[in-house]
Write a new protein. Structure first.
Length: 213
């Protein structure tokens, strides 16, 4: 029979570890109980997880602190674990992300700005205020709650930071806030002043022709 001093039973001449619940396992590899001859924990996996869940519920601050220490000590492992979960649960992840974004629009916007342009939501607000809500390109009002093309967007120097999914802007090359339509126009001309000037010359020629000059 099992007792606290000897968590083993003998069966067919072999010593077998047994949990206090009477189970023969499976067991986790021992962490603090490294003195165990078979290097296994004294509790089976089910009991171990139940005990951990109870302790975490009784002391959530301790659990949060423990998780934080682990994330700081093993950032690569945490990132890899998250990525594996996302890859295996893509639709669930997208649904959860959409639900979170609806409940936390400001946090979502801050995360997007910080991740893509290195700009916080507070800095974005200060920039909007400094421009008095006017587009830095056309000087017309930007409408955050208006049609999509009239909403403000962050414009930055693509020669400094060509933004992609794998790379974000440094935050130092942000040129200002402009309409989405204005940003789309600049992108169509590849931020090339020579092409922009050719476009202006093209319009001038048409206007001159229209007036019969």
């Amino acid at each position: 029979m099992y007792n606290n001093t000897m968590p083993f039973v003998f069966k067919d001449g072999h010593r077998i570890r047994v949990c206090r619940c009477g189970s023969f396992g499976p067991f986790f590899a021992a962490n603090s109980s490294k003195s165990a001859s078979d290097h296994l924990d004294s509790l089976c996996k089910v009991c171990k997880l139940k005990r951990s869940a109870t302790r975490n519920k009784e002391n959530p601050e301790r659990k949060r602190a423990s998780n934080k220490r682990y994330r700081q000590a093993h950032p690569d492992r945490v990132t890899a674990h998250i990525q594996r979960w996302v890859n295996a649960n893509l639709e669930k992840h997208r649904a959860a992300d959409r639900a979170w974004a609806l409940k936390n629009p400001e946090s979502k916007q801050n995360s997007r700005l910080k991740g893509r342009y290195g700009l916080s939501l507070a800095e974005y607000g200060e920039l909007f205020k400094a421009q008095k809500g006017l587009c830095a390109l056309c000087d017309e009002p930007m409408l955050p709650g208006g049609p999509r093309t009239e909403k403000p967007s962050v414009d930055h120097d693509h020669t400094c930071c060509p933004v992609s999914k794998a790379r974000k802007a440094c935050g130092k090359c942000v040129r200002g806030l402009i309409h989405i339509r204005c940003n789309t126009g600049l992108g169509a001309f590849k931020d090339d002043m020579t092409l922009l000037q050719k476009g202006i010359n093209f319009l001038k020629r048409y206007e001159a022709k229209k007036r019969g000059l």
